[in-house]
Design a protein around this ligand. Structure first.
Ligand code: ME8
Length: 647
């Protein structure tokens, strides 16, 4: 009987549906992706879960501001989030939305169960409320009278609420945090114990009556189940807990690693285990709270508006560059400041210079000296032993770092070998060996270099998803699905070819100017107050309009990111387009003229300030301009960057 694979379950937080995601969110999601991809290649049966947190007052308000129902608003955002993960090559196995009917039902059942058990009770809440965080705080928890999570003002508030008996689990939680390695890194344990457990855990208000966009308490529907009791159980409901089919739950629970940033560690390391204890369910094995990506010393966040847009960065520098930067430049666990300069320097130094040059030099020398055909020499020189040993040592070292997870350190190990290989070229000077006719040594040197590139590319596959594949193409080998051949000397012969570079060297000064310009454009656009109603009641079929009237139409260049058919509508395609600021869902009547695949990557002109309209149940946030050719609508295709005005 085939041996059953060990399972590995990893999750990101489910992100709020109240605006576009930024590179802070990408950071957690890419980090989990690297771990998930590594574990899959390392023989585990992996379940990688991410999703969206779609209920709550903020979402309801954001929808209202845009004139949409909460349902339509969150549907559009969930599409955008999934388009972003597609763009970043995220290999998630599940995507949960808290508005999924199965999740809603399971949460309502969990609530009832906890109520019947006496772990949830009704009372009146009097306390300090932070609206942006949707959190109630006690006086003792405030920092300088402000919200301890976000530092903003809180207001006195009183409300009839249901409470979760968190205090009852205080001793068990203390033990969990202090006597096991449940919470990592260790610094977070101190924060939790000092700031929360030592101060005394209060029971947690878990319903609200001040808004209604959420799951209703089944036996008291004027109460809506408030954010954390709705959100945290996603980690089990996504596996079928509380539903008919619990196969996945039985297989993958308990979770091996819940990953998040430090501001929500409290909910994951105190509230979530207490809920699971109350439900008599096994606890997750590990909660990991990484640091923040800061922007000019401030936490990058949607509400502060200092976000860096991942679509813009990947448009310009590719997915590998952003993934690599996030995984390499941020020591995992610590905070780190994002700057465009650091991103561009990292790309130039490590990807273009170190990795790109090693691959380019080696493949072109292989081509030049051996017509691309390199075979394993009969004997390898003893003086290269250190080289082979360093290559062989990588897998175990990277594996140990992935388990911690120290992702930046794992990449440091691989790039250590890349650096060693570049130095090996300089030391052995293959061009001189060629000149002096020392073919035997030249063969050894070239073979060693190709083996180094092969093993490095194999180990890089979980981290950056495109270039390592291209390297295997250059080596004339299939892309490996595991780490079985991550050793020096395993491949006997190579038929290599020269490949496209990972990226051309960036002109940092020019790029910085470009990125500043884009940021100015976006900020300028956000400030612009448009929406002047220029409608005219004149029925005349053709009417002259003034230049002002024309300019009331906001025409912009957009990039088409993804596209699919609309079910039961022959003419319609549903597109995700990037407008320079955010993703939008557009429903367009062009299905007769295009297949979805041929549109991805194209540019189009969007009427960006058109009132959203519902087509076949999907809200379309604008219209794409077409002309008619042979009776079929053809998109007008502009040049320019997404967000550029068309006039
Ligand atoms: O908190 N640096 O959702 P959220 C690093 N819905 N990571 C960052 C970051 C930054 N500047 N900004 C965001 C919520 N993140 C809840 C979670 S889970 C049951 C419910 C990442 O949209 C990081 O993982 O505010 C952080 O914890 C998460 O996004 C917060 O996402």
């Amino acid at each position: 009987m085939a041996k059953k694979k060990k399972t590995f379950y990893i999750s990101t937080p489910i992100y709020y549906s109240s605006g576009s995601l930024h590179i802070g969110h990408c950071y957690t999601t890419v980090a989990c992706d690297a771990v998930a991809r590594f574990k899959r290649m390392d023989g585990y049966d992996v379940y990688y879960l991410t999703g969206t947190d779609e209920h709550g007052q903020k979402v309801q308000e954001a929808a209202k501001e845009r004139g949409l129902t909460p349902q339509d608003f969150v549907a559009g955002l969930a599409d955008n989030v999934q388009a972003l993960w597609k763009r970043l090559d995220i290999s998630n196995d599940g995507f949960i939305r808290t508005t999924d009917p199965d999740h809603e039902k399971a949460v309502a059942d969990i609530f009832t169960k906890l109520y019947e058990k006496g772990d949830i009770y009704k009372s009146v809440y009097e306390g300090k409320y932070c609206k942006p965080c949707e959190s109630f705080w006690t006086e003792g928890q405030l920092v300088d009278g402000k919200c301890p999570d976000c530092g903003r003002e809180v207001t006195d508030s009183q409300e009839e609420c249901y409470f979760f008996r968190l205090s009852k689990y205080s001793d068990r939680i203390r033990k969990l945090l202090t006597e096991t390695d449940f919470l990592q890194p260790d610094s977070r344990v101190k924060e939790m114990v000092n700031n929360f457990i030592d101060k005394g855990l209060s029971d947690l208000a878990v319903t609200r009556t001040s808004f209604d966009w959420g799951i209703k308490v089944p036996f008291d529907p004027k109460h809506v189940i408030y954010v954390w009791i709705d959100a945290l159980p996603n980690y089990v409901t996504a596996l079928g807990y509380g539903g008919k089919d619990k196969t996945k739950f039985d297989k993958y629970w308990p979770c091996d690693m819940h990953m998040m940033a430090k501001e929500i560690v409290r909910f994951h390391s105190i509230v979530w285990p207490a809920i699971l204890m109350a439900l008599d369910l096994p606890l997750p094995k590990r909660v990991y709270g990484h640091g923040w990506i800061m922007f000019d010393g401030d936490k990058m966040s949607k509400s502060k508006g200092n976000v860096v847009d991942p679509f813009i960065l990947t448009d310009r520098y590719g997915v590998d560059a952003l993934r690599y930067y996030l995984l390499r430049s941020v020591p995992f666990g610590d905070d780190s400041n994002y700057t465009n300069e650091l991103l561009l320097t990292t790309i130039n130094t490590e990807l273009v210079n170190d990795l790109g040059n090693l691959v380019r030099r080696t493949l072109s020398m292989s081509e030049q000296y051996f017509g691309g055909k390199v075979t394993k020499p009969k004997t390898l020189d003893d003086k290269d032993k250190y080289f082979a040993e360093a290559i062989d040592g990588m897998l175990d070292s990277v594996r140990a770092d992935i388990d911690k997870p120290l992702l930046s350190k794992a990449l440091e190990t691989i790039f250590g070998v890349i650096d060693m290989s570049n130095k090996y070229i300089d030391l052995n000077k293959p061009w001189e060996l060629k000149k002096t006719g020392d073919t035997a040594r030249l063969e050894v040197v070239m073979y060693n270099l190709l083996e180094s590139i092969r093993v490095c590319a194999n180990l890089l596959l979980p981290f950056i998803t495109n270039y390592p594949r291209r390297i295997f193409d250059g080596l004339g080998l299939p892309v490996p699905a595991d780490f079985a051949s991550c050793k020096h000397g395993v491949v006997n012969s190579y038929t290599t070819k020269v490949i496209e570079p990972i990226l051309n060297r960036l002109d940092i000064k020019k790029e910085l100017e470009e990125l500043d310009k884009i940021a100015d454009d976006i900020n300028g656009k956000k400030k612009e107050v448009k929406k002047e109603d220029k409608h005219n009641n004149d029925d005349a079929p053709v009417k002259e309009i003034s230049i002002d009237e024309f300019f009331a139409t906001d025409l912009r260049v957009v990039d088409i990111i993804s596209c699919e058919k609309v079910e039961r509508a022959n003419k319609l395609l549903k597109l995700q387009v990037f407008d320079g600021e955010r993703m939008r869902t557009i429903v367009s009547g062009i299905a007769k003229a295009y297949t979805p695949d041929e549109l991805v990557g194209k540019k189009a002109v969007l009427v960006a300030n058109l009132k959203p309209a519902k087509l076949c149940g999907i809200v379309s946030e604008g219209m794409l301009l077409c002309s008619t050719v042979d009776g079929l609508p053809r998109l007008i295709t502009p040049v320019g960057n997404a967000g550029e005005k068309v006039c």
